[in-house]
Design a protein around this ligand. Structure first.
Ligand code: PMP
Length: 356
């Protein structure tokens, strides 16, 4: 029986996507060839790449200025590619330090140019999203992390500014509707809401590229990847194909707006129990709570941890251990987590209360 996998990423994918991906490993479209042995230059794979890019554009309602790229190196490489492609020589960029990945992006960007950290919630172990900061107009971009996977906070509003916005959306992309066209650059490792690990989705406003005065190494230059249609070198064919299957599943389920409705119901159910059940408490400021990563503590770990851990494991649940710098529990409830999984966890929490 398939387990309810609450892991933060790689994370659960829909059963039918796993089924179809497995079939393609053995025989892609009855071609007599495996997906992972055909040439990426074959017409079958070029069709997969084209359809994947087109479907991202459709699901995110992207305009023609925005290009969709499937790259490698994870979101981590984008920490570096973002400043290389958007930070002019001798100029500066602004960053918000809202979590460990935001902090990692700042560390990388500082190797490229001057970085102004406008606000940080580090002093509160990143339990809230920094707000009410002034955005200087002389920066080349403002970098945000829309969802902090480790701490369970999410930006529910984006700043209104004329400064180009760059956003790491690794852990909440495609989970809710946004005007994605207002971003200069969006990047996301696939392994949460997009598909399997091994590919990174990059959405870039091409009209803003080529203005830094830098002579970039080809592989780090978005313009090169745009001109080569994400095939500057051999792309991760399995990850891209499985992403396409997952995007098709999302579309069949009603697209991003329907996913947002389901995600709200799941998050309300789980946070509702965290707040109601006297044995538990939430980790973050309520207004900033993530709809994707629900972090919570047991009030009396010493007394109840062993019992609770046995109960959820016995209920077919995996992956709710909190990140090491936070502790407690983190249930990641991305698009593919069924309501039934969340209900199962909530039932275990209720059962613990009854028997504690
Ligand atoms: N940003 C965020 C918000 C993340 O959650 C992660 C990883 N889970 C990363 C960046 C790093 O991504 P990757 O492992 O794809 O480099």
């Amino acid at each position: 029986m398939k387990k309810f996998n609450f892991s933060a990423g790689p994370s659960t994918l829909p059963e039918e996507v796993l089924q179809q991906a497995s079939e393609a490993i053995l025989d892609l479209n009855k071609s007599g060839l495996s997906l992972i042995e055909i040439s990426h230059r074959s017409k079958d794979f070029i069709a997969i790449m084209d359809e994947s890019r087109a479907l991202v554009k459709k699901l995110m309602k992207l305009d023609d200025d925005h290009e969709v790229l499937f790259l490698q190196g994870g979101a981590s490489l984008q920490f570096l590619m973002a400043p290389l492609n958007f930070l002019k020589k001798g100029s500066k960029a602004a960053y918000i330090d809202s979590g460990n990945f935001a902090s990692a992006s700042i560390k990388e960007a500082k190797k490229i140019g001057f970085i102004d950290v406008l606000a940080s919630s580090k002093e509160a172990n990143y339990t809230y999203i920094p707000k009410n900061y002034e955005i200087p107009l002389d920066v080349d971009y403002l970098h945000l992390t829309s969802n902090n996977t480790v701490y369970g906070t999410e930006m529910h509003d984006f700043p209104e500014t004329s400064v180009p916005l760059v956003c790491d959306m690794s852990s909440d992309i495609l989970s809710k509707e946004l005007n994605f066209n207002k971003f200069a650059l969006i990047y996301a490792g696939a392994q949460k809401n997009i598909g399997p690990a091994g590919v990174t989705l990059v959405i870039v406003n091409k009209t803003l590229l080529g203005k830094t005065g830098r002579d970039l190494p080809s592989y780090l230059d978005y313009q090169v990847h745009i001109s080569k249609e994400s095939m500057a070198n051999t792309p991760p064919v399995f990850a891209i194909y499985t992403t396409l299957l997952n995007l098709k599943w999302l579309e069949k389920q009603g697209g991003v707006s329907a996913a947002a409705e389901r995600n709200k119901i799941k998050a309300d159910l789980l946070y509702g129990e965290v707040d109601r059940n006297p044995l538990f408490r939430g980790v973050c400021e309520k207004v900033d709570r993530s709809l994707m990563n629900v972090c919570f503590f047991l009030n009396d770990e010493e007394k109840l941890k062993e019992k609770f851990d046995k109960m959820w494991k016995d209920s077919n649940i995996v992956g709710i251990g909190g990140y090491r710098s936070v502790g407690g529990y983190r249930a990641s409830i991305y698009n593919a987590m069924p309501l039934e999984g969340v209900q199962t966890l909530v039932n275990v929490m209720k059962e613990l209360e009854k028997t504690a």
